[in-house]
Design a protein around this ligand. Structure first.
Ligand code: AMP
Ligand code: ZN
Length: 138
């Protein structure tokens, strides 16, 4: 599947230039154009999937496997102390490009990058009920 109007499909095909870190027949790894930090890379499947709700498990598994190698490469080069792996799905979750992509964001002490949230509150009974309800859909 490919979408004519999708910028990441075009990057995947090489129709739009990118600072490519690595590619094979299925995936492309390239530098984020507006990086949260030095060394911020994106990993995409060349096939178009909107998001995690659409991508098949095999492709997602291969992509994450590749991500382990890319994460270590980014760490080796940038000497980052940590890394956030971020993957947004849907506009409400901050997704701006509707082609599945994984962010690898290197982190350095005191860098001021924020990918955190305010911790919420719940009750143990509520957690158990939700766990059971969600499990039914797996
Ligand atoms: P998200 O908000 O999770 O959809 O992330 C989309 C990411 O794609 C952002 O971090 C953008 O900076 C990045 N981006 C958008 N267009 C390009 C492009 N042409 N080349 C590289 N990165 C891009
Ligand atoms: Zn696409």
């Amino acid at each position: 599947m490919t979408k004519d109007d999708c910028i990441f499909c075009k990057i995947g095909k090489g129709d739009i230039p990118s600072a490519t870190v690595y590619e094979n027949s299925d995936f492309k790894v390239f530098m984020d154009l507006s990086p949260a930090n030095k060394g911020h890379v994106l990993i995409i499947p060349k096939e178009h999937y909107d998001n995690i709700f659409q991508i098949d498990a095999e492709t997602a598994g291969k992509l994450f496997s590749l991500a382990t190698a890319v994460a270590r490469a980014v760490k080796a080069e940038t000497k980052c102390e940590g890394m956030n792996v971020v993957q947004n799905n849907g506009a409400v979750a901050g997704q701006t490009v509707n082609h599945f992509h994984l962010h690898l964001i290197p982190r350095f002490e005191g860098d001021g990058v924020s990918v955190t949230w305010k911790q919420g509150e719940t009750e143990p009974d509520e957690l158990q009920a939700l766990a059971k309800a969600i499990r039914k859909h797996i």
